[in-house]
Design a protein around this ligand. Structure first.
Ligand code: ADP
Ligand code: MG
Length: 303
């Protein structure tokens, strides 16, 4: 035997155990004269069973990200994978399967989630009928979903006979009908008053906790995003920071810890307050200090 050294162990691929992997994701919208970089190298991992709230200013790229994950828009560059499906190279046929079985999508506009002339029962039934599920199975699934979402009483109602909050909860049932791996919701509470919005958000938490659905929800309501274990902030088409909350104590308080997100090239966005407090601008001094890293202004420390 030749004494060849063992090959180094293969490094697991980024996000190999995650349900959702966005790796340096880029989406550029190009029109005649302008180019908008809606996603500028976004990294995000979501594990099965998680519920993640995405927050960020208007125009920061949240909807673009959700549309990519929903399989309705294709990234310009980078990698996006959901439950083993590579979203960069989906064929037309795979796209249809993906949208029907792998993801469920709830939009902000209540009217776009439902069909005006169908009852809640018929609307939740529709995706399962298209998927060819047997009638008895469909019927019990419809009942179960409407019940879990607290809209069992709306089964025989059309959208115009339901409140906005009821419509959105039925929309969640529709999105879950075929048992998707991932539930996406883009500002599902955006058209609702805050109390009704909180009910819809609570419904999403219920399907996460009770049905085990993995949920990614965009919200601009800091009050409701505070109820989920993980909140990811998007800024300028990148993930910039995350707040991770612990389990609630008996008195309902949760510990919350805020992290900056480091991308795979090692870039970190410093919070604006820190930059302003120390007048950090274009260049900073970075030093390894034992178990942490120091960042200082590049100006000489003056007396
Ligand atoms: P958010 O949902 O966070 O408000 P979006 O993802 O909708 O942000 O938009 C991100 C950026 O991309 C914005 O500058 C927006 O104007 C631009 N954008 C979104 N959709 C399109 C499109 N279809 N064509 C051109 N630009 C777009
Ligand atoms: Mg949006």
């Amino acid at each position: 035997m030749l004494g060849l050294p063992d090959p180094p162990p293969a490094r697991p691929e980024f996000g190999h155990d995650a349900l959702v992997v966005c790796d340096n994701l880029v989406r550029i919208y190009q029109s005649a004269h302008v180019e908008v970089q809606a996603l500028q190298g976004l990294d995000l991992l979501v594990h099965a069973g998680e519920m993640v709230a995405l927050v960020g200013a208007s125009g920061s790229g949240k909807s673009t990200l959700l549309n990519v994950l929903a399989g309705v828009d294709a990234p310009t560059a980078g990698r996006a994978r959901v439950a083993g499906h590579d979203l960069v190279s989906l064929s037309r046929a795979e796209q249809v399967h993906y949208r029907r079985h792998v993801v469920g999508f709830v939009r902000q506009q209540t009217a776009r989630n439902l069909v005006p002339y169908l009852t809640a029962r018929q609307t939740v039934d529709l995706p399962m009928t298209i998927a060819g599920r047997p009638r008895a199975e469909r019927r019990s699934r419809v009942d179960e979903l409407l019940e879990v979402l607290g809209v069992g009483h709306c089964a025989e109602r059309r959208p115009d006979e339901m409140s906005g909050g009821e419509q959105q909860r039925v929309s969640i049932a529709v999105a879950l009908a075929n048992g998707p791996d991932l539930l996406l919701a883009d500002e599902p509470t955006g058209e609702l008053d805050s109390e009704t919005g909180a009910e819809v958000f609570a419904a999403l938490r219920t399907v996460n906790a009770e049905l085990g659905a993995t949920v990614v929800v965009v919200t601009h309501d800091a009050g409701v995003s505070g109820q989920v274990a993980r909140t990811v902030a998007i800024r300028d088409g990148r993930t910039s920071s995350e707040v991770v909350r612990g389990q609630a104590d008996e008195d309902g308080t949760r510990t919350a810890e805020e992290f900056a997100v480091m991308d795979r090239a090692g870039r970190v966005q410093l919070p604006r307050e820190y930059r302003e407090a120390l007048d950090l601008t274009r260049r900073v001094r970075v030093a390894l200090a034992g178990d942490h890293v120091e960042i200082r202004s590049d100006r000489e420390a003056g007396g």
